[in-house]
Design a protein around this ligand. Structure first.
Ligand SMILES: N[C@@H](CCC(=O)N[C@@H](CS)C(=O)NCC(=O)O)C(=O)O
Length: 219
């Protein structure tokens, strides 16, 4: 029996204007990497906060993932589920697999928080009296993580051997910087570019951009 085609949710109108920064991009990219077709249900900000969507996502956010009677939320959990179910996103060797999973957690738990904190401040806190004082602190936290990540990556293509779900999540997390702070770390800029050059990434990006432009992918 073939698996049901999963349905994910994404913003009907993404605030990023099609730049692929919303977290459905991670899920789309993972689905493309493993060659799993999928459907997308677009939701408005209002719909996300309604009981029907909250039944899928307790925090009223995107992305969600439905596959038959399985409903998931949290982009990392969804990518992990796909990596467990399909070949191509995690190595088979148990130790190599555990290392790649560490990078999944590192992306979401260690690198993403300071990037999001800075991004939120820039977007929503500019008018606060403490903004000018707080911003350098938030920027320094991001720089520290970028420096550490850059040192570990070194000249390697990917974080733990072959491309994995850890890289997929890390690249999407770093993309949220929109290039900020990356001048100092050419190896991280090249790492992001390597991720973006993958055909699966390109397909996922085109799909989410098509939602914004209203034209079919590539059209
Ligand atoms: N940790 C969650 C974060 C989900 C999240 O913040 N989603 C954003 C879009 S990228 C959202 O739905 N924002 C609207 C809101 O929170 O009201 C994940 O990785 O899935």
């Amino acid at each position: 029996m073939t698996d049901p085609v999963p349905t994910i949710t994404a913003f009907a109108r993404s605030p990023d204007r099609g730049r692929g920064l919303a977290r459905d991009m991670r899920v789309r990219w993972a689905l493309e990497e493993v060659g799993q077709p999928y459907d997308v249900r677009l939701v408005s900000f209002q719909e996300m906060k309604q009981p029907a969507h909250r039944a899928l996502h307790p925090f009223g956010q995107i992305p969600t993932y439905e596959e038959g009677d399985l409903a998931l939320f949290e982009s990392g959990a969804i990518v992990f589920h796909l990596a467990e179910r399909h070949a191509g996103l995690l190595p088979d060797d148990p130790k190599a697999r555990a290392r790649a999973i560490s990078w999944m957690f590192a992306a979401l738990n260690t690198v993403e928080p300071p990037i999001v904190e800075r991004g939120m401040a820039v977007l929503f806190e500019k008018d606060k009296s403490w903004y000018a004082e707080r911003l350098p602190l938030l920027e320094e936290r991001v720089r520290v993580r970028l420096g550490e990540l850059s040192s570990r990556l070194g000249e390697a293509d990917w974080l733990a051997g072959a491309f994995s779900a850890g890289d997929l999540l890390m690249v999407t997390v770093l993309r949220r910087l929109n290039g900020w702070g990356l001048d100092a770390y050419p190896n991280l800029a090249a790492y992001i570019a390597r991720g973006e050059a993958r055909p699966a990434y390109q397909r996922a990006f085109a799909e989410q951009l098509a939602v914004f432009t209203g034209k079919p992918p590539g059209g």
